[in-house]
Write a protein that binds this ligand. Structure first.
Ligand SMILES: [Mg+2]
Length: 276
């Protein structure tokens, strides 16, 4: 992969992580862990793969992105601010009364395509959008990020079945497989087992990647977009809290606050990780 492109995407991912910290603020509970684990994927989608523009938000040909694990929307807010959908200063108002940016995605926010947060539903919305694209003869692509804890939701597998039935090759789901959900390790809640095997059994083409390796993300999204005749699933191995060293792999940071001191440490950690 082109080193200049990789470097610029790493910078975007760093900017997304700093934006997550801005959106979280100080002393407010918020979803740091799952936002950080999806930050590299979100950065590559918004700044490499997807056709989109804040000047043409209603362009019928725009690619669609749905954060089905809606609590991780802080990563999407940071990317939308970076892309110019609203001013970066708005991030600091996240979750305050009347703010453009609430705790879960709402379509009233520029650039948000679907209200999510009730887990397991985002992929169904994505299936509908992908079907509409086929019906309208448009060539846009729909991307949906789901969490690994979210895979326990039955509706998600109904959507998975429908997507292959309708041969939705304009639909890609990315599983942010950080191994942790709100209350602890995912494997202690449900035995999800062979995730790629499950999607493959439903007729999907599957890929497995390191969800923090920019080159891996770029190349696999390109491969997924080129698949014809079936939907695609990218199973991304990630680290919850990635980039904020004291929060990594800790379910306590699924939904937690940062103190003034922790915020400084978080920013320093993200900057240091990005310089490596
Ligand atoms: Mg998880």
């Amino acid at each position: 992969m082109d080193r200049e492109l990789e470097g610029s995407l790493r910078e975007k991912a760093c900017s997304v992580r700093l934006g997550i910290i801005d959106a979280l603020g100080i002393g407010n509970r918020g979803h740091l862990g799952g936002s950080m684990s999806s930050a590299d994927i979100v950065a590559v989608l918004y700044f490499y793969k997807m056709r989109h523009s804040p000047e043409r938000k209603d362009d019928p040909n725009r690619d669609r992105f749905i954060m089905s694990k809606g609590h991780a929307v802080l990563a999407q807010y940071a990317a939308l601010a970076e892309a110019g959908y609203f001013d970066r200063s708005v991030l600091a108002t996240t979750k305050s009364l009347g703010s453009l940016l609430q705790g879960h995605p709402e379509r009233t926010t520029p650039g948000i395509e679907a209200n999510t947060g009730s887990l397991g539903q985002g992929l169904s919305v994505g299936v509908g959008m992908a079907l509409a694209g086929k019906a309208d003869g448009l060539d846009y692509h729909v991307y949906v990020i789901v969490g690994d804890g979210e895979l326990a939701e039955g509706q998600l597998w109904e959507a998975t079945m429908a997507a292959s039935h309708y041969a939705l090759d304009n639909l890609t789901v990315i599983v942010d497989m950080n191994g942790i959900q709100a209350m602890g390790k995912t494997r202690d809640r449900y035995t999800i087992g062979n995730i790629p095997g499950r999607f493959a059994a439903f007729g999907w083409k599957t890929f497995e990647i390191d969800g923090h390796d920019i080159t891996d993300i770029v190349e696999t999204l390109d491969k997924a977009a080129a698949v014809r005749g079936c939907p695609t699933a990218i199973i991304a191995r990630t680290v919850k809290g990635r980039g904020v060293d004291f929060a990594e792999n800790k379910h306590a940071y699924h939904n937690n606050l940062l103190t003034v001191e922790e915020r400084e440490k978080a920013v320093a950690s993200v900057m240091a990780a990005s310089a490596k």
